[in-house]
Structures are given as C-alpha cells and as structure tokens.
Ligand binder design. Structure first.
Ligand code: LLP
Length: 421
C-alpha cells in the first residue's frame, strides 16, 4: 500500500497494526514497507524489460543498512556520494562492482578508497576531479572507469533547492567541456572514459525536462560515437517524482518514462543506468508521531506533535507537503498548524491543515516519509535520532533503535586535555 491512503487503510501498514506497533516502539519513529519497495523495483524492471539496465539506488534517499540490504537482495546496486555511503552499501551486501560514485566534491582519500574497493564507475564532475582520478589511479597502477556528468542546462521544473541540471548549478560540466575530455581521453593512461551521466534534479513531475535533457545527452552520445569513441554506459540519474499531495501531485507513469528512454536511446547498444532514490522508497515509508497537546493560540490552533524538523526536515527546508493522517475515529474536524517541539518557527509540518479533531495522545501518520526523512535527520535541540522499523508481511524488525542520550553525545568531551599546535 502507499501512504497517501485514507485513515481506514492507514491503520494497518504492510499487515501491521500501527496502533499496536506504537505501544511497542516509542514515537516518533519511521516505518517502512519492504513489499512497497520490492514492488517499486519490480515495476521499474518490468517497464524497462528487454533493455540492458542497471538500477543503482541513490543511497542518500534512505541509507539505513537494512534498506540497502533489501536493495542488495533485489539485485539493485548503489549510487553513492561519500565514503560513508560506500561503506554502508558494502556492509549491506551491495557488491562494489554495482556501485557508481557521484558527487561534485570527491576527495583524494575518497577516490583512493573507492578504487581500492573496486567500484564500478566514477561519475566525474570537473576537470580537476578527472586529473585527480588519473593521478590516484596511476599511483595505484589501476584503471578507473569513468563517466562524465553532463550539465545539460535544462530546467527540471522542480524546487530550486533540488534542481541540479541548470548551467548555474554546481553539478556536472557543459557538453563543450566534456567534448574536450573525450578528445584528450587517449592521454589519460589510467582512466577509461567511456560513459555519460546526467541527473537534472529531484521530485520531477513532468516528462518534458527529462525529454529535453535526455535528447541533449543522446545527441552528444551519437557525436562521440561518430568521432570513434566507445560509450559503454549512459546513466540517466534519478529524479522521478512521487505523490506527496493527494489529488494534486501526478507522478509520471513509469511506463511513460520508460517509453521515453527507449525511444531516445533506441540505437544505443550499451548499458543504461538509473539512479532512483525517492521513487523506490518515499511512498514506502511513514513517520509515526503522537500529539503532545493542542494549543489554542489567538488566531489559530497548534497541534504540537512529538516529531520535529530534526526528524523530518523536508517541510521546513522545502515547504514540502506531506499528508498527515490521524489514526483515530473521533468525529468533527478542525484546522491546525501541525508543529514540532523544536524552538524554530520553521518547525512546522503543515499550516492551517483541516484534520479530524485531535487530542493529546493521538497517533498520527505523516505520509511519504521514506525518502530524505531519516537520512536527513539530525539531533538538533539535542533530540536523539529516532527508531526505524521495517515491516514485512505482518512482521516487523527494528532496523535502527532509538539513540540513547549517551550515544547522542558519544565523541563529545569536556575540554580537559589541551594541546599546543
Ligand atoms: N543521482 C544523483 C547524482 C543525485 O544527486 C540524486 C539526488 C539522485 C540520483 C536521486 O534523486 P531522486 O531519484 O531521489 O530524485 N533532499 C531532497 C532531495 C535531494 C536530492 C539530491 N540528489 C528532498 O528531500 O526532496
């Protein structure tokens, strides 16, 4: 089931009664449906059936090692942007040979460790990074496989903070610059540059920007092949949007996206790579929270819940809409600002939202919280990281227990040992 369902459906999630679960696990906590994630993977695979396709899940969307383990079990690889994400992926059983390494700020240390681990390919984002990759690979006597991340200068028509494919964004290089890389490729003794990569942004709900970006990438791919370069893979990134707001967000049907990719790359004989993050996990996850109290202000009522912006940052950071579904039957409705306990006005999950009347102690579900929820959480206001639970056919497994106070401050120490520099 997906999480924008109505209250009756929402009470049980993946066969687990959420009310009962919330008596066993302290709120707030995240719950994810294993079947919903598997369903997304198989849907993606069938839409692309017959193509030489690799799915490399964007680990940043939800990096819990049990979620990565699920990806590994389904034969899904990883798109990583840090050593931490590489270590998580390897620990969860994703083979290095199924990992692509993206990111504009890869350090020498990270590049070296990824080469040592044997990652499949580097999505290289600058001339400086390309030179560094050559130097580090050469020092190790290995050949790095690389794709150039193209910045196709296309407006993804999404929130400015998650738009990555405009020339003004820090990501990738222009097609002209990339052309120069291929022209010089023969002189790079330890880098095999034979791939293209583009990721234009996230939560994209229209095919148009994809059509434009993919066309530019494919035109360039043809020109390169005509010039005698071998292009073994084209990585078209992630970005597929999901339904956060019932009746408003209309995600691109996966078949339409697949049809566009098929049509665009009809004469491409290499491997296509997808890097979906949100599409695989967002709607498979919910955040369970309990009302602490209702506070009646002078001109509005505040429903104060025990989850906050440190647990789910998206509404504060992007003004993102998430469905909020109280799991009780009380009659009557009211309008609330749904807020957390953190001392910031931005700690608001919804403004002036019409909901069934709520009271202290009520359990509420915040929908489509499986992506960029737990992975963006912090301990701001000294609130420990919350639990995460995986649900599978009526059973549950705790995949992250709630952090203790001691764990939260581990690594901190009183200033006692002073050193001269
Ligand atoms: N590939 C690359 C290189 C990326 O940078 C990203 C996401 C993805 C793939 C996966 O994109 P997706 O399929 O999830 O759209 N925190 C924001 C989203 C940031 C996305 C960053 N990059 C949010 O909560 O909306």
């Amino acid at each position: 089931m997906t999480v924008t369902a109505d209250v009756a459906d929402a009470r049980t999630f993946e066969g687990v009664d959420l009310d009962v679960l919330a008596t066993k696990i302290q709120t707030p906590f995240y719950a994810y449906s294993a079947n919903a994630i598997r369903g997304r993977i198989s849907g993606l695979r069938s839409a692309f059936h017959g193509l030489d396709l690799r799915i490399c899940y964007a680990v940043k969307a939800n990096s819990n090692i049990a979620i990565l383990q699920l990806m590994a079990q389904q034969g899904v690889g990883a798109d990583i942007v840090s050593l931490g994400e590489m270590q998580r992926s390897l620990k969860a059983g994703i083979p290095a040979a199924c990992i692509v390494f993206s990111g504009v700020g890869k350090t020498g240390e990270e590049i070296g460790a990824a080469l040592d681990a044997g990652v499949w390919r580097f999505n290289v984002e600058s001339t400086d990074e390309l030179a560094l990759l050559q130097r580090i690979a050469s020092a190790r006597g290995v050949t790095a496989r690389a794709a150039v991340r193209i910045n196709p200068d296309v407006d993804a028509q999404t929130h400015a903070k998650i738009s990555t494919g405009k020339a003004e964004n820090k990501f990738g290089v222009s097609i002209d610059e990339a052309r120069g890389w291929f022209a010089a490729a023969a002189s790079m003794s330890h880098v095999r540059l034979d791939g293209l990569h583009a990721h234009i942004g996230s939560q994209i709900l229209s095919l148009d920007p994809f059509r434009e970006a993919l066309r530019r990438v494919d035109d360039f791919r043809r020109q390169l092949e005509e010039a005698g370069h071998c292009i073994a893979s084209v990585d078209i990134g992630g970005g597929l949007g999901v339904a956060y707001r019932r009746g408003v967000d209309r995600p691109i049907p996966i078949e339409d996206y697949a049809a566009l990719v098929r049509e665009t790359f009809a004469d491409f004989g290499g491997t296509l790579v997808l890097e979906p993050g949100r599409y695989l996990v967002a709607e498979a996850g919910v955040l369970l929270t309990r009302a602490i109290r209702v506070k009646h202000g002078t001109d509005r009522s505040f429903l104060v819940v025990d989850a906050a912006m440190n647990d789910l940052l998206r509404p504060s950071l992007y003004d993102a809409w998430h469905e909020i579904v109280p799991l009780h039957d009380r009659s009557g409705t009211a309008r609330y600002d749904v807020v957390g306990p953190v001392c910031e006005t931005g700690d608001t999950f919804a403004r002036d939202r019409a909901l069934p009347t709520c009271e202290a102690g009520d359990l509420l579900l915040i929908g489509a919280a499986g992506a960029y929820g737990a992975s963006m959480a912090s301990t701001y206001n000294s609130r420990p990281l919350i639990a995460e639970v995986l649900l599978d056919d009526g059973r549950y497994a705790i995949i992250r227990r709630r952090q203790t106070f001691e764990e939260m401050i581990a690594g901190e120490q009183l200033a006692q040992a002073w050193h001269e520099t």
